[in-house]
Each structure stands twice: as C-alpha cells, then as structure tokens.
Design a protein around this ligand. Structure first.
Ligand code: ADP
Ligand code: MG
Length: 305
C-alpha cells in the first residue's frame, strides 16, 4: 500500500478546482500511476465550512469503493508534502488515474459526440448514480468536469464528491449550502424553501436533471441552456432552468429516443422526473447492444462533425 506521500512522485497537474489540485503521480516502488487530489491547508481551522466539506468528501470516498462506475480512491492521507512547500494539514486522495481526463476536456477537443457514445456515457453515469443513490448518497455536482474517462477500458466514472451528501445523516445547517455548480442545478434547488422540504427525493432527482444537461451538452458541444449569442448571465440561466422549453429546440435533429430521454431527465417537477431505474431501462440507453462500445468509440474515432 501507499503509506506516505513521499513515495509518490508528482509528474504533472491534471486539474485545479476550489481549494484543490489534482496531480498525476508515480508510485516509485511499483511504477504504478495514480491521480492525487490535494485539498490544501485542510488544517486551517479558520475555514470551518471548507473543513466540513473536505471531511465529507473523504467520508464519502471511503464508502463508495466497490463500484466500477465510481473513480476508485485507494487511500486518504492526512498530511502535508514532506518535501515541497512544507504545508501542513493537506488532505490527500490517492485515486485511480483516468487517462482521458474529464468529459469537459473531451468536449473541448471533440465538440460534439455521437448518440452512440452519449448513450454509453449516460448508461455509465446512471450505473454510478444507481450505486450512490442506493447508498443514500446524492452526488450533488454532476457535470462534464466531474465525469472521468478511462480510454484503455472505455469506462466513464463519477468523481468529485466535494458537493455530495449522505441524505439520512445530513445535518440541519447543511441544507441551504449550495456547493454544486449553479448552472447544472435543477429548478427545485432554486427555491430554498421547497428544496429543504423535498430534499430527500428531490436531491436524487437533482442528479438526474444534471445528467440531462450533460448529455445534451455532449450532443450540441456547448452548455445547452444558453444559446450562442445570448448573454450568459444569471437571469438568463434562471429563466431557462425554471420556465423555458429546453430540449426540443436544441435536439431538433436528434433521434426520438434521445429526445425522450432528455425530456425525462429535464422534467421540471422533480416528482415527475425519471428515476435512475426508469432511465436505465429507457430505449436510449437500453436498446443498444454493447454499451461499453459506445464509450470505446470515443477512444478510437473522435467526433460527429
Ligand atoms: P474539484 O473539487 O477541484 O473540482 P475534481 O475532483 O473534480 O476537483 O478534479 C478536478 C479535475 O482534475 C477534474 O476535472 C479532472 O480534469 C482532473 N482529475 C480529477 N481526478 C482525476 C483522476 N482520477 N484521473 C485523471 N484526472 C483527474
Ligand atoms: Mg470537480
């Protein structure tokens, strides 16, 4: 096993986020490659909310270690880099390395993906959500940069539990915290009062809403709720989330199955929205014979146009 960060050699930076940096690292004794997520200065007692969130991420990461649809975390180390800047109290996650990076990186390069690839992605994400929701965990931040792709195996996995929560153990003061990215948030999360009341099932349904936006983004090659030329401001976004027809205008050329899948994900009333189980048997994800090939196509052949 990995006992100390000094066993890991930093090779390059894979990503930056709120308070964290992800490195590609090599375990020198074995030559194995890992991804290392470092939450800096976790020991800084002044920022209680950041600490709480970091602990919750660690807690969730250690619970979710048996699904092939979730990025594996091999260990959590609570220390600073021995060499390096000598910062103390960093919280570090040693994860499996996903060699194609995130779906965000892929979309930046390829722009648009085929329905076959999107179907494979949707199925992998739904399998990951089925596992999480089954453990009463809401992911809370499903978006392209938190979906990681493994090109060697053609897998898509859920990552980044920084906004996740375990529904039954949730403490009262955590209810209004809005940690996920606002753009991918469902209408019910815009209304804090309603969100509190409906949290238990509404939280799970929020992950489905976000998935609907992700698959649409894969198809059109841009965030689907803001049209090209439109100002990407909060009011425009809020109107699109809460009032506008979002699926039909964007997916005019798509298959009936894909349109219907997105409609079920982006149903505004969360009680009417498709559940993980329903969507896993939806023809868009279920009718295609070998699903892992959907993602494999992404690896071999690149974009639709
Ligand atoms: P944050 O909480 O800062 O958003 P993430 O866990 O989402 O942190 O990681 C940030 C970025 O780092 C990701 O979008 C991805 O590009 C990269 N990354 C994270 N984990 C891995 C991994 N296991 N393998 C490869 N790249 C990763
Ligand atoms: Mg992230």
């Amino acid at each position: 096993g990995i006992n100390s960060l000094s066993d890991l050699k930093k090779l390059e930076i894979l990503g930056h986020g709120h308070g964290g940096t992800v490195y590609k690292v090599c375990h020198e004794q074995t030559g194995m490659i890992y991804a290392l997520k470092v939450l800096h200065e976790f020991g800084n007692l002044e920022d209680v909310e950041y600490q709480r969130q970091a602990m919750s991420e660690a807690d969730i990461f250690t619970r979710v270690d048996t699904s092939e649809y979730i990025v594996r975390c091999f260990c959590v180390l609570d220390c600073g880099f021995a060499e390096g800047k000598g910062r103390r109290g960093d919280l570090c996650f040693v994860m499996e390395y996903m060699d194609m990076g995130s779906l965000h990186d892929i979309l930046r390069k390829n722009k648009k993906l085929s329905e076959n690839v999107i179907s494979g992605i949707a199925r992998n994400v739904l399998k990951g959500l089925q596992y999480l929701h089954g453990m009463q965990i809401v992911h809370g931040d499903i978006k392209p940069s938190n979906l990681l792709v493994n090109g060697t195996k053609g897998e898509v996995k859920l990552a980044d539990f920084g906004a996740s929560r375990v529904v039954i153990n949730r403490n009262q003061d955590g209810t209004n915290s809005c940690m996920g990215t606002c753009a991918y948030m469902s209408p019910e999360r815009m209304d804090p009062e309603k969100w509190n009341k409906d949290l238990c099932s509404g939280g799970f349904a929020g992950d489905i809403w976000s998935l609907g936006l992700v698959v649409m983004e894969c198809y059109v090659g841009r965030f689907p709720l803001i049209q090209p030329g439109q100002k990407p401001d909060w009011v425009t976004l809020m109107c699109a989330i809460c009032y506008e027809e979002n699926v039909k205008p964007v997916l005019r050329m798509a298959s009936v199955e894909f349109q219907s899948f997105c409609q079920r994900c982006l149903e505004r009333d969360w009680k009417m929205r498709g559940t993980v189980e329903e969507l896993l048997s939806h023809p868009f994800v279920n009718n295609r014979s070998d699903q892992s090939n959907g993602v494999m196509e992404l690896v071999t052949q690149d974009s639709r146009d």
